[in-house]
Ligand binder design. Structure first.
Ligand SMILES: NC(=O)c1ccc[n+]([C@@H]2O[C@H](COP(=O)([O-])OP(=O)(O)OC[C@H]3O[C@@H](n4cnc5c(N)ncnc54)[C@H](O)[C@@H]3O)[C@@H](O)[C@H]2O)c1
Length: 297
């Protein structure tokens, strides 16, 4: 099957980015949201991102004004599930809530054509649990994109024990068609990236708790000593401490290993509502967003 029509569920941070890269790759995209205002917000974000690409030279991924208009024309928003009926692939990027996602898949299963592929962009929920909500377990995969989707090259393509080989191959090729670099992984919580990244981030918090160094010094050490683009505390504040805290629960629940458990300091920050960049405070204070200052914790 050649994918020509894509359905995207949710037009938030990830859904809008996924819709944008699919339309940029020449595919017709229909994005489903619960309310028009969320579509408006998501499409405004896409417009802004496309405007930035239009300012770039072609050798750096830049697009012309005509290309921008053509991409925009391939994108449609809807609040009606029936508009997804003839999608070749449906990529779900709604809130990270297992019941909401299962409800969504169950309601779409009878609406979207039978041979369409269902994919989830979940970061931490089991793909196998999600596919139980449908009658198409063999046509179900994970497609885990990274934020910001138009810029981040990686897609983790997640196979479950029920996924058919040809469906998995199609999903892998589809990610390539979007200009991404796919990697193959299986349905184990955290896939590849979060399985390795989350324990590292939590270890940084523990190192700070145990007095190994200050927040800035640990960040600088990992940036300059390992060549990482940002230190662990800067990254934690960027990802969101609430999101990270949530993921630690799912991962600890799956593996029962201390390295996935939340350190007390992370929990305290989340209880206090210090979620990182998005709330103005986390390991750093963002009163002046261009010049964050480490908090004394
Ligand atoms: N934020 C990240 O860095 C990141 C990275 C990779 C994967 N993910 C995953 O992507 C998914 C979406 O995350 P996000 O950060 O874009 O969240 P978000 O809150 O920005 O967007 C979620 C959107 O889904 C919409 N929505 C909720 N219920 C819906 C429904 N029933 N039908 C249609 N739309 C519905 C909401 O209105 C919202 O606009 C989650 O599963 C998350 O784990 C997030």
């Amino acid at each position: 099957m050649d994918v020509k029509k894509v359905g995207v569920l949710g037009c938030g941070l990830m859904g809008s980015g996924i819709a944008q890269v699919c339309a940029t790759a020449g595919l017709a995209v229909t994005v489903l949201e619960v309310e028009q205002k969320f579509l408006d917000r998501g499409f405004a974000g896409i417009e802004k991102s496309l405007a930035k690409f239009a300012e770039r030279p072609p050798e750096k991924g830049g697009i012309t004004a005509q290309q921008k208009d053509a991409i925009r024309a391939r994108l449609k928003g809807t609040t009606n599930k029936a508009d997804l009926a003839d999608s070749d692939i449906v990529i779900e990027a709604i809130i990270e809530n297992v019941e909401e996602k299962k409800k969504m898949y169950a309601s779409l299963d009878g609406v979207v054509k039978k041979d369409a592929i269902f994919a989830s962009n979940t970061s931490s929920i089991s793909i196998t649990e999600l596919l139980t909500a449908t009658k198409r377990p063999e046509r179900f995969v994970g497609l885990h994109f990274f934020n910001p989707v138009p810029l981040m090259k990686l897609v983790e393509v997640v196979r479950t024990i029920a996924t058919a080989n040809d469906v998995y191959d199609m999903a892998y090729e589809f990610a390539k068609k979007l200009g991404k670099v796919p990697v193959r992984t299986s349905d184990k919580t955290g896939f590849i990236v979060n399985r390795l990244l989350v324990p590292y981030l939590l270890d940084a918090v523990r190192a700070y708790e145990e007095g190994a160094g200050s927040i800035e010094d640990i960040d600088n050490a990992m940036k300059l000593g390992c060549g990482y683009p940002m230190g662990p505390f800067t990254l934690l504040d960027f990802v969101g401490l609430d999101t990270t805290y949530y993921i630690t629960h799912v991962m600890y629940d799956e593996f029962k290993e201390r390295r996935f458990a939340s350190p007390p300091l992370l929990r305290r920050l989340v209880m206090a509502g210090w979620y990182g960049r998005k709330s103005g405070k986390g390991f750093y204070d963002y009163a002046d967003p261009d010049n964050p200052r480490a908090n004394q914790l």
